[in-house]
Design a protein around this ligand. Structure first.
Ligand SMILES: [Zn+2]
Length: 558
């Protein structure tokens, strides 16, 4: 007979004290995950007993949290002061920055996945999943899997270019390449194997009811006639699904046997695989029966050893469905963390299929059109991966739905780009003004106030360009002189409070493109002479940051 290991008195005290401390530090919102990490970190001998320790910790943390709620943090403080004063030394006053601990890591290296449908290139919305999963993988020396969930050839068929663009965008955004790339359409044999195991294990069956009929069964909590078919009939029907002369699309699906009386109708005998006859852009017509997303994703998460799934709270039903499937197979379901929706006003509602249509019709120039929320457009517009990472990590993993202005992302971006952005002048609707009087004809102006960038040199022949709207009134030419509306020099030093305007001596014609929501504005003007290569982000005096493109400037943000 083998005895189950039990912790001794002092271990139990340690667990209780660390649970109290954690709850105290985080305002009554202690987290079992972080307590477990601390215990395992300081007591290597306990690591092999994670299964016993974890539930004890969870119990103590929830006790501590409810004590904080019912009798206040002070009561926790009192206990610790008596029993373990050394744990009271520092109390974190502010909410911790960044991401919460991964729950139930128990000393493992996490395996996380980001699983887009390659029916288009990645968008701003995808960047959240990449950033958060990538960050956890990086922080814990774990692994990030990039998985193409590409088994829908009917409603959201895959786009071939996306198989190339997504990995490079993933690397751009995360700063490292995914540890594994998995393409579902190349792993169909596995899904078929498990489908068959499901039938053989009699927790899966082929259902030939019409969609309408099954809906009735689901609503009335009744089992459909196919559910009680013999194993033999089921296997025959499965073969008929796979045979080109057999069932037609829509005539049969494979279902997971759950329970038709479950409270949540979505979970009642949910569909796992169906027939699709449209060719897949990568594997053609090699397969006839294709897994649905919940089934494919569940099998693949198991095969890849995924430890943590981070998904929208709108996908809670997926977790529930997949958990039922895992129970049939005798597998442990990964830890699941949910987040709420984040809405960025300016990005409105773009769908991949709508963007695809609009690009084909010429509404947009391409996937990197600056009006689109794709990652290629954001990158073209000078939004840096570091900024997107800071943005998502700061928002964290709240389950609340939140709405954020784009300016939040821009302020992160300013922090990243400003230090390397030389100042440059661009005058819109350039207006020539001849200068009369004494003024410095040559000189230099700082390129950046906080860095050692070489200064800009200027040389004035007889006049400068200013913006049309700055003409017709006394102005100060920045860092040069005060002039009247006719260009007569009045003072070298600043003499009054007239407005300070930027100007260009020499320069060459250029244009500035500004994407403002769905509008594009183009300003013609004169750009100060410079040798910056394409792709350089500059700060245009009085305008904002812009990126130098082949045929002009593209506004980044102000
Ligand atoms: Zn049926």
């Amino acid at each position: 007979m083998c005895m189950v290991w039990q912790p001794d008195e002092s271990t139990l005290d340690l667990i209780r004290h660390l649970a109290l401390q954690n709850s105290y530090q985080y305002d009554g919102k202690g987290q079992a995950g972080s307590v477990i990490s601390r215990i395992m970190g300081s007591r290597a001998d306990l690591r092999q007993h994670g299964k016993v320790i974890a539930p004890l910790v969870a119990k103590e943390v929830s006790k501590a949290n409810s004590m904080a709620e019912s009798s206040g943090l002070e009561s926790i403080r009192d206990i610790l002061e008596n029993e373990a004063p050394e744990l009271l030394e520092k109390r974190v006053q502010t909410r911790r920055e960044g991401l919460p601990e991964l729950p139930n890591l128990n000393g493992r290296k996490p395996v996380l996945r980001f699983a887009p449908n390659p029916n288009g290139p990645l968008s701003f919305g995808h960047s959240r999943g990449l950033v958060i999963n990538g960050q956890y993988a990086k922080e814990h020396d774990g692994e990030l899997i990039l998985r193409f969930d590409d088994t829908d050839t009917t409603v959201k068929p895959p786009m071939l270019e996306a198989y190339d663009s997504i990995p490079s965008q993933q690397e751009w955004l995360c700063g490292f390449a995914a540890h594994r790339v998995v393409v579902a359409s190349e792993r169909m044999q596995h899904y078929h194997d498990y489908a068959l195991k499901m039938i053989e294990g009699e927790f899966g069956y082929v259902c030939t009811c019409s969609a309408d009929d099954f809906r009735e069964f689901r609503v009335s909590k009744t089992e459909c006639p196919c559910r009680n078919n013999s194993l033999e009939t089921n296997i025959q029907n499965w073969e008929k699904m796979n045979h080109s002369e057999g069932y037609k699309p829509g005539d049969a699906v494979l279902r997971v046997k759950t329970d038709m009386t479950l409270k949540n109708p979505a979970l009642r005998d949910w569909p796992a695989a169906r027939i699709q006859t449209n060719p897949h852009p990568r594997v053609g017509n090699k397969w006839r029966v294709w897994p649905l997303l919940d089934f494919q994703s569940a099998i693949e998460d198991h095969l890849q050893g995924v430890t943590h799934i981070i998904r929208g709270k709108d996908l809670m039903d997926s977790t529930r469905k997949q958990t039922l499937l895992y129970e049939h197979f005798g597998w442990n379901y990964p830890e699941t963390i949910y987040w709420g929706r984040v809405k960025v006003h300016e990005f409105g509602a773009f769908s991949t299929s709508q963007m695809k249509k609009d690009i084909a019709q010429g509404v947009y120039d391409g996937w990197d059109d600056p009006r689109l929320p794709t990652l290629s457009a954001l990158s073209r517009r000078g939004i840096k991966p570091e900024s997107l990472r800071a943005f998502w990590i700061e928002l964290g993993l709240t389950q609340k739905d939140i709405s954020v202005p784009l300016s939040t992302l821009y302020s992160h971006n300013t922090k990243v780009i400003d230090v390397n952005a030389p100042r440059l002048a661009f005058v819109r609707d350039a207006y020539p003004i001849k200068l009369v009087g004494e003024f410095p004809k040559t000189g230099q102006i700082s390129s950046h106030s906080d860095t050692e960038m070489p200064p800009r040199k200027f040389s004035i022949d007889e006049g400068v360009w200013i913006e049309q709207t700055d003409s017709g009134k006394p102005i100060r030419l920045k860092d040069l002189c005060d002039i009247d509306e006719l260009g007569n020099v009045q003072s070298i030093d600043r003499s009054d409070k007239r407005s300070v305007v930027h100007w260009v001596a020499g320069g060459s014609p250029s244009k500035l493109t500004i994407a403002n929501g769905q509008d594009i504005e183009i300003f013609e003007g004169i750009l100060e002479d410079n040798n910056y290569p394409t792709g350089t982000i500059v700060q245009l005096e009085r305008i904002g940051y812009a990126i130098i493109e082949k045929d002009g400037l593209l506004m980044v943000h102000d």
